[in-house]
Design a protein around this ligand. Structure first.
Ligand code: GLU
Length: 310
């Protein structure tokens, strides 16, 4: 049985780019006869916006998408909301700890920059400062140092991780050179996206992940985690992101192309679906379609090749 999912973060209203990814994930699932799961990734509590999950669900339903598992109305204990799944993430961290694959780290961002002599620009590769430093500390008996709890990092091997993306082809990355040991639980106690997404995709037996290419860069880290947890990695389909009218990448922050704003302006769901399908080359003509219309003439092969896969 194939299983696909869409996993929005409720950090603001969906924009057209998010909607296009959701439409493509739905089409992929339906074309391949997969179970389609909706999962709300609301773990990063400081970034979650009240009411945003409900808005996302409403917007996706309005567009004509449906799912086989996941919330239809958001309830406080919904099992498809990551905020209710932290026991699974803790269990995975404990398992990795029992295998000697994680360690506590007290470095601040500043410490890491200083160690790498890189005060500005993107965060440097973590140099492994805290590896083997606090050997007797477990995720359940953490000490505080200068009032701070540790983050927990995953130990990466100095080897190349590779996979064949369904749309982008061969991808390779040496995690030790490009990323370094990465964080699974932050020092504020919140679990990191990288761990939660892998634990959930494994628990939900996801076989196909279609998502935006901004996450391509996380995929080798996730594959290393699947391996460490003894779970098979899914197939990945990374799709291009949509730009706004000015050629800039869309962001949830500016809100201008939010689905809500378009709905208020009287633009219909079918018009939006047509425009999204046209913008990524699934149809030749920019005219209204329902998601079901698109399904009626796409095939597995045309879907993949129109999106750039070979
Ligand atoms: N929650 C992530 C986002 O909204 C997507 C995660 C994923 O698909 O792996 O960007």
């Amino acid at each position: 049985m194939r299983v696909s999912r869409y996993a929005p973060s409720p950090t603001g209203p969906l924009h057209l780019g998010n909607l296009r990814t959701a439409l493509l994930a739905w089409l992929q699932a339906r074309l391949y006869g997969a179970k389609f799961i909706m999962r709300i990734e609301d773990l990063d509590i400081p970034r979650v916006k009240a009411g945003s999950a409900k808005q996302i669900i409403d917007d996706l339903c309005w567009l004509g998408l449906d799912w086989d598992e996941g919330p239809i109305t958001i309830t406080a204990r919904d099992p498809y909301c990551q905020s209710n799944r932290t026991t699974y993430y803790q269990r995975a961290l404990d398992y990795l700890y029992s295998r000697g694959l994680v360690y506590p780290c007290f470095c601040s961002r500043n410490d890491i920059r200083q160690a790498a002599s890189a005060p500005h620009g993107p965060m440097p590769v973590y140099p492994g400062t805290c590896r083997r430093r606090y050997e007797n500390m477990s995720p359940h008996n953490e000490s505080e140092i200068e009032g701070r709890k540790p983050a927990w990092r995953f130990i990466v091997n100095n080897e190349t991780v590779s996979f064949k993306d369904m749309l982008m082809g061969e991808v390779r990355q040496n995690l030790a050179c490009d990323v370094g040991d990465f964080v699974l639980r932050r020092s504020d106690g919140l679990f990191a996206y990288q761990l939660a997404v892998v634990v959930d995709d494994a628990a939900m037996a996801v076989t196909d992940v279609l998502r935006g290419e901004d996450l391509l860069d996380s995929t080798c880290r996730q594959i290393a985690l699947f391996k460490a947890l003894g779970a098979p990695a899914p197939r990945f389909w990374h799709v291009g992101l949509m730009n706004d009218k000015n050629g800039k990448r869309m962001s949830k922050r500016d809100g201008s192309d939010s689905v809500g704003a378009l709905r208020l302006a009287g633009i219909g769901a079918q018009q939006i679906v047509g425009e999204l399908a046209f913008s990524c080359g699934l149809v030749n003509e920019n005219r209204p379609y329902t998601p079901a219309d698109l399904l009626s003439f796409l095939t597995q092969r045309s879907f993949k090749s129109l999106l750039g896969g070979s």
